[in-house]
Design a protein. Structure first.
Length: 300
């Protein structure tokens, strides 16, 4: 999934790079919190049996200046009304307060809504390559033939029909925006691609990514700016597990079992998880290290 970034000129606004640190600078404020993971192994002396797998926690101290709070595909519209109801509530009650705390603690805020949503925000240009300013282009593979890949012409019978809901949603999808409760501030960053996010992190010396957004079983792990790609790049990843939800199935939606399984797959696949409350408290403590205070978030 990871590819070599093309060598190309890219644009950034002036003063994006952090200033060099003075030689005698005090220690950076840190986010001190326990992070959870799932181990597909067993401790010494415990039989190697799947019944003995379990969650574990480790305490971490993460420099706030080297961390980014990354919000994936937090859109204001989805054709599935039940899913949209959950995402809207999570944005308003969990992601928004966590984002406010992160911002005050000195954590970089990154909105990753993908194309074409990202291009509707002026912050998008900060880490866009010159080649990305035009319309997004996708190189056509040379095999299988296009009609076969698109299930068109003589191969139409191989495809699946779209529901009327999908057909009517296509136009609305082209106009969607970021959920207003987590809308970008002028100083935030907005990215459309994994290359943009990597450029931003490289330029600002960010190595720790806190993820939230939607959906846990689709875009959060699988987008080019998602967790699997950035795990393969070597970043330290943490998902706020109560700041996300999956597109569930008919037999998982009542108990949110799809979300639980998607979170667990990330936990044993190289990422850690935490909760919004633990993250906000870590941000408060980081601010206290700086002698600052954190105002109570205002409900949107």
């Amino acid at each position: 999934m990871s590819g070599t970034e093309p060598r190309e000129t890219w644009y950034r606004e002036p003063h994006t790079t952090r200033a060099p640190r003075p030689q005698e600078e005090p220690a950076l404020a840190t986010l001190d919190l326990p992070l959870r993971y799932y181990w597909l192994q067993t401790p010494a002396g415990v039989p190697g049996d799947e019944h003995n797998f379990a969650h574990y926690e480790r305490a971490f101290s993460i420099p706030a200046e080297q961390a980014a709070f990354t919000i994936v595909d937090a859109w204001d519209y989805h054709y599935l009304q039940s899913h949209l109801a959950r995402t809207s509530e999570i944005c308003r009650t969990r992601i928004a307060p966590a984002m406010a705390a992160a911002r005050l603690a000195g954590v970089t805020i990154v909105h990753a809504p993908g194309d074409p949503v990202a291009r509707r925000f002026p912050q998008w240009v900060r880490y866009a390559a010159e080649t990305e300013f035009g319309e997004p282009s996708h190189e056509e593979p040379d095999w299988p033939p296009r009609e076969f890949r698109k299930r068109e012409g003589p191969h139409a019978a191989l495809g699946r029909p779209d529901s009327p809901a999908i057909e009517s949603a296509r136009e609305r999808n082209s106009q969607r925006m970021i959920d207003p409760s987590v809308s970008p501030e002028p100083e935030d960053f907005v990215i459309a691609t994994g290359h943009q996010l990597h450029r931003l992190c490289r330029d600002r010396e960010i190595m720790y990514l806190f993820y939230c957004g939607f959906a846990t079983n689709m875009c959060v792990p699988n987008k080019p700016y998602g967790m699997r790609e950035f795990n393969s790049r070597g970043y330290h990843l943490t998902l706020l597990r109560d700041c996300t939800t999956s597109v569930e199935r008919h037999d998982t939606v009542d108990e949110q079992l799809g979300t639980e399984q998607a979170v667990r797959e990330l936990e044993f696949g190289g990422a850690f998880t935490t909760t919004a409350d633990l993250f906000v408290q870590a941000c408060r403590n980081a601010i206290a290290q700086e002698g600052a205070t954190l105002a109570e978030p205002v409900a949107v």
